[in-house]
Structures are given as C-alpha cells and as structure tokens.
Design a protein around this ligand. Sequence first.
Ligand code: PMP
Length: 427
Amino acid sequence: EAQSAYTQHVNPQWVRLLNLLEMNAEYVRCRGEKLETADGRTILDFLSGYCVYNAGHNHPHIVEALYAELGRCGPSMLQSHVAASAGELAEQLCRRAGGRLNKAYFCSSGSEGVETAIKFSRAFTGRSGLLAARGAFHGLSCGALALMDNGFWSEGFGPLIPGVEFVPFGDLAALERRLAAKKHAALILEPIQGEGGILVPGREYLEGAQQLCRRCGTLLVIDEVQTGLWRTGRFLAGHHYGLDPDMVILAKALSGGLVPVGAVLMTDDIYDSVYGSLRRAIVHTSTYSESGLAMRAGLATLEVLEQERMGERALAFGEVFRQRLREVCSKYEMVAEVRGMGFFTGIAFKAPKSLGLRLSYEAFHRIHPAMFGQMLVMRMYCDHGVLTQICGNDFSVLKAAPPLNAEEESLDHFVRAIDNVLDLVHS
Ligand code: PMP
C-alpha cells in the first residue's frame, strides 16, 4: 500500500527500476551495516547511502544526541539567534581540518555547499571562470551540474551557469595550460573521484594542482562530500596528500545520516569577502543552515567516529579487504583493477572476451551501458544480501563503501559474494 502511494505521488520510475532489479524491500531495523527487511532478511550495506553512514546506521550515540536536542525544546533555528552549537561544530571542524581553514558556513546538502563555494570564490577573486575535472560528481543543482561534464545529468536543464572549463582528472600539464589564463576563480576537485570510478590520484597531481592554483590566483576548492569524515582513513582525504586548500566542502556523513547537513570550511579572507560588512551579514544564508538538530548530530558524529577510532579501522581493514579482493579477482580476466583508500573501494571491470551467460558482454552493453554492472549489483543483492552500486559516471566500476564500523565478517562475506557472482558470469 505504501508502495502504491509512492508510485502515484513520488517517483514511479524509481519503483519500476528497483522492481526490475528485484531490489525493492521494506527495511524495518537498521544498525551498523546491517539492514533488516520486513520479510526477515538481513542486507549488508556496502553503499552507506553514498558515504553517509560512516558511523553505521542509527549509531546510539548520535540517536541519543538527537533525542536530547529535541527534549530541550529550544529553538532549533530562529534566524535571529546565535546558535552556540553551530559555533561549537565550526570550531571542531576547523581544528580537525587544519591549515588556514578557520570559518564554516553551514547548509543542508553537498550541492548547496558547492553553490556556496562557487559564490564565495567568485566574490573573493573577482573572477567568474571555474575549472572542474572530467568525470567529477558535485551534485545536481544548476551550479554543481555545470561543474560536471557528463551530459546525462544535465540534459534538458540548461542553460546552466556559464564560465566553466574542464580538465582531465590527474593531468597536471592540462591544468597548467588552463590556469595560465589567470581568469579562474576556483579549481574544484574531489581528492579521490567517487562517482568517476574511485580514482585515487598520485601525490604529485594534488600537490602540483595546489601549487599551480596559488601561482595563478585561483582558489583550490576540495569537495570532500564523499571522502570526508574518515571515509578514507583520515579526517579529510586531502590529509593523505598534505593539502592546504582554500575551501573544503563537507556533507553526507557529517550528521551520521540522520539529518540533512553540509558545511563549507574556508579561510578568514574568503569568508570576509562575502560577509565583510554589517550591511552584508545575511547576504548568503539558508533557512535550515544552522539547525540545532544538524549541529548536534554533527558534534555527536565527530565524537563517535573519533572515540571508536573508525579512521584507523578503515585504514587497516580497508587495505586487507582490497588485498583479499585482489586475490579472488585475479581469477577473472574481466577485473581490471581493485583500488581505493580506507573504506572507499572500487572494483573496475573491463569488457571480458566472453561471458558464461547466454548474452555476450557487448549485448549487455548494447542494451544499456550500465546493464552489465547492474546485473552484478542485482546478483550481489538478491543472491548474497549485499547492497552496492556502480559508479554514477563510470558504470564499469563497482563500489564497496561500508560503514567504517562494519564487522570483519561482513567484509569477508563481501569478498565471498563477489567471488561467487564473478564465477557465475565468467566463461
Ligand atoms: N559532491 C560529491 C563528491 C558527491 O558525491 C555528491 C553526492 N553524491 C555531492 C557533492 C552532492 O551532494 P548532495 O546530494 O548532498 O547534494
């Protein structure tokens, strides 16, 4: 009944797609990486809502913090009010982010964070140009869409914001050529491309990008919406590279997955370029931006991720997990690479010469480029109770991004499941 109301009033195509993939279920209780369905199955979440559930589903510490905030009966947000919890969360985030990041603007999503970064970088530099990487994913609002070269997401929604140019991800020489024009307000990069295929760049690329940006007066904006909050083992993925960017965008995992939240960390100077005078104190705001629930959830999430040393866990177990995946995948010629960092792993496939199925790989590809990957996703879910997905901008990469507190047994289960599914389809 609930499903038919959803079909009528929300998104019928989504229901059709999930039914087609046999991946429709009603989830009744979720904890850690385990999702219980109404019909008594347990599904292991290796998607984490696209890197939202770093602390697992419904972590009791975060849930209790939210109950406490509701029980306070204070104003969750009033606008004409200085929110102490927002100050506290900003301080905690800036301290952990380090470098020159000393101010935080709060919002309610990753896309909103990207819009904020666009506005602030233009205001600060007085330039309008923007540079983004091919294959990036930054969100589906008009500004964020303009930073993505995959037309699938933007078709029919234009004109988007003008002034954006693209450079291949990882190509420092191309970046240098573009930046030389000295007309770009910002270069916006994911430190590790998520939807682009879990692409981990070399140290010299990100370090070089930072140096070039500084030399050319372009701000370096790092989108850590998926990679932040210890997903890759460190608080920010940029910390693996020693980055000191001008802005960092956070969202998703920041509230433990329970309340919408986003944050843009930036330097004092950039912040002041927008809010620098009394007259402009409210020039960039958003109704729910400092909602008490979001701020308390953020503080509790930081506490729990740190107290339970989830970053260290992701670093240690992530590497073992990828090693075990490489071992089982070495049997299959269709696996090109297993790559990633922390609990952010991608299994990249190449077109196999043939498949042990009646359809060839080419036939799958002709029906829809995502067909082969979706078949793997479906088999993982239906046969092994593992929820995963292919990357949004590279359908040949399967993602494994479980909560950072996922049990070792669940990681082992994933490895056995992928072995079994690949065995089923290989010739
Ligand atoms: N940046 C990145 C790297 C993302 O992966 C996403 C969402 N998948 C976004 C931004 C947009 O975030 P939101 O969906 O919260 O707007």
